[in-house]
Structure formats: C-alpha cells, structure tokens
Design a protein around this ligand. Sequence first.
Ligand SMILES: *Cc1c(COP(=O)(O)O)cnc(C)c1O
Length: 460
Amino acid sequence: MAVTGLRSADVPTLPAHPDPGTDRIMDSGLLHELSYAFDGPFHFLLPHRFDANLTAFRAALDDAGVAGRVYYAKKANKAAVWAERCAAHGAGVDVASVPELREALGHGVRGEHLVVTGPAKSDTLLRLAALQGCLVAVDALDELDLLVTLALTGTARPARLLLRCLPSAQRHSRFGMTAAELTTALDRCVRAGDAVRMEGFSFHLSGYAVRPRADLAGELLDHCLRARGLGLRADRISIGGGFAVDYSSARHWRTFLAAQRPAHYHAHKTFEADGFYPYHSPVAGADALRAVLDTVPAGGRTSLGDRLKETGTLLMTEPGRALLDGAGASVFRVQGVKERDGYRILTVDGTSLSLSEQWFNSEYLPDPYLVTPDGRARGDAVHPACVGGATCLESDLLTWRKVPFPARPRVGDLLVYPNTAGYQMDSNESPFHDLPLPPKVVVDRPGPRPRWRLDRRPAR
Ligand SMILES: *Cc1c(COP(=O)(O)O)cnc(C)c1O
C-alpha cells in the first residue's frame, strides 16, 4: 500500500444502473454452468431489452405524431438475434457491407427495410441493394453514378437512394457530400429519370449532442423542399444514430471523475478524462430522440417534430448502441490471482479484444460484478484488483483500473461486465493466440430458471 499510496477506502467505484434481469441471471447459477460448458469466456444477450428499446423509440415518434422508422445499426453488435427481432417487429436494419446485408436478409428482414450506409460502396453491394429494393445512402458523386448505371443497365429500377450530407458542424468528416456536390447530385437524379427514386437526405453525426442533430435535420428538410421543387420525391430524412446510453447515475459519474487519478490504475496508467465515453447522460436513448423532435432547428420557429409533420416528411433513425442498452453482458472466469502492493492482478480466461473500449485509448468503466460459485459477492469490504487478459501482451488489460470488489476474488470466480452489447463485446474481437471467439448465449426467459440457447448453431 505504501508503494502506490492507495488506501482501499479511496478506490473509486462506478456501479452500473441496477438491472434486475441481469441480477436474476447472475443469481441463478447459470453463468457458472455455462463457463464450465464453454471452458472460456462468453456473452449473454437479452432480446427482451432490445424489444423494449425499440418500442421506446417508436413511442417517441408516435407521441410526437411524427411518421418515422427505426433502423438498427448492425455494426454495434454482430449477433443474429437482433436482426431476428427487427424482422419480427417490422423494424429496419442499417447495413454497410455485403455480409451485413446478407445476414439481415437471411434473418428475415425485408430488403425494403434495409438502409445501406458507409463510404464508397462496392459494385457488389450496390447491385445487391438495388435488386433487393434497399435504400442506399449515397456518400459521393461517383457512387451515385455507379448506382444510376446499375439501375439503367440492370433489372432493378428504380434504385432507391438518399443523399448523405457533409455536416457543416463537422466539416472535417470524411463522410457525406458538400453543398456544391449535393446540387450536382440533385441534377443527376433529375436527369436519371425513373431509373432512380431520390427519397431524401441523410447524415450521421459523431458525438451525442441533441442541438446539432435538430439543426442539421432542419437543413435537410430545406433540401427536401428544394428537391421536391425539382420533381423529386424527397419525402424522408435520416438523422443517423448517436443516441447516448446512460450506464451509471449522475452522482456516481461525477464522483468517479473527480476522484480518479493514476494511483487508481495498474502501472499508474493515465487516461484522458474527456476520452472516456460519457457513462452518464442526462438525456439518453429514446428520450434523446424526443429531445431532438422537441428542439426548434436554428433559424426556425417550430419544433423539428412539427416541421416534419407540416412538410409531410418521414423521419428515419439508425440507433446502434441505444437499441442495445441493457441487452447483454460479458462473462470471464478468473484463472489467476497475483498480489501486488495493496491490490491484486486478476487474469481472466479471455482478452481485452472482447471489451473494445481499450482499443480507443480508453477504458470500459462500469464496474464488473464478482460472481462466486455461491452467488454475487456483496458487502462493504473493498478488495481492489485490475483485470488482465490471458495473453502475452503487457498491454492486454480488460480493466487497468483497480476495481473495488466487495470480496477477495478467487480462481474460479466469474467477472460479469454489465451492459456490453453496444460495441464492447464483439467489435474488435479476434482469435488472438488461437483462442476461440467467445460464444453468445441468448437468454429468452430471464426468470429464476433462465432458458438459454446459442445465438448461432455450431457449424456442421
Ligand atoms: C455507426 C452508425 C450508426 C449508429 O451509431 P450509434 O452511435 O451506435 O447509434 C448509425 N448510422 C450510421 C451511418 C453509422 O455509421
């Protein structure tokens, strides 16, 4: 302790919001069974939470009286179950590659319910999209030309498209078209005649702020009116994703940020505080959509919601992370415990490649739970430990922070990282060291005796 200057009582904590569904699973004994069966780390998925998030987004649109559609941004998690849920609910999916498109179709999502985003889409992707009646968010003029050529020479016409705008507030973005390019694009759409159906405009902003989204949506509505004047359909806009997830309470997040310092991390590792994801957001998920709809776009007089209604414009949203809020967690088994000066180094049976935040010079901060064979560890004791992966890399830590566990972690205990479905669990996964990718388990009934199944059947 003297070496690090760390006193147990000082170790900051960042508890995730309580989640009774996840608690019941942790208390059911299922996780130890599965850890034994898989002999390695795994993730569990909670589709009822995805359904609830989707319902909340739709309710935000309905309550504002706005016609709208929700498209799950597929890159946020690769599991099959999300596309299955979208198909079951008639929701859309936002795809950006041929395999993503194929997956969505294969799990029952109709082509007309897909929006294809991403830069410089390949011929193959554009052709598939046109044949399946998907809506293509065109990112550049050469892409538009390719799509028009495909539609003119193929059997798939009209090619449905949106024009993606370069946001004036993010001028350095590599995505979207400038005002001059949009003018040219509109002209080319007019000249393409019935080969294309120009359905509107789109953007996707980084960050989570409400105001820039409402402002830019207002600009897109003006673009729609201009395009309609040219005889184009332009009856919808897409405002992309970027609806924040609220992982922890305001009080915990504030206290954590104020308290944390290098002594609280293994090897005195430092992270830029503004490089952390904002683990608390006062306005998140579907409420962020409500706030966007309630905002009066710059230069206007009425709220975005009212302007959408007045202009008869449909609103598309593409949430990724927000639809996955609470919809999954990641489970690792402790396979080694080392004592250091006043804390412990745990080594688990997986790697930080299954917790992506480390790959953005940052750290996934919500506290993992310690689940012993007898159930969740609880109490006021503080046993600080960081969490390393089972690899030969000095930098492979799932958690550099010394987490204040309420009991002394032992080999065979499980660590459950809560709320990891959005981008954490599989964005950066890799079979490094020939370790298999962690399987995903779908928990269909999170009661006292949860029912589970594999997200995908093993290959035959
Ligand atoms: C990544 C992405 C999204 C989803 O973003 P989230 O922050 O997960 O909501 C939506 N649309 C586009 C075009 C994207 O690239």
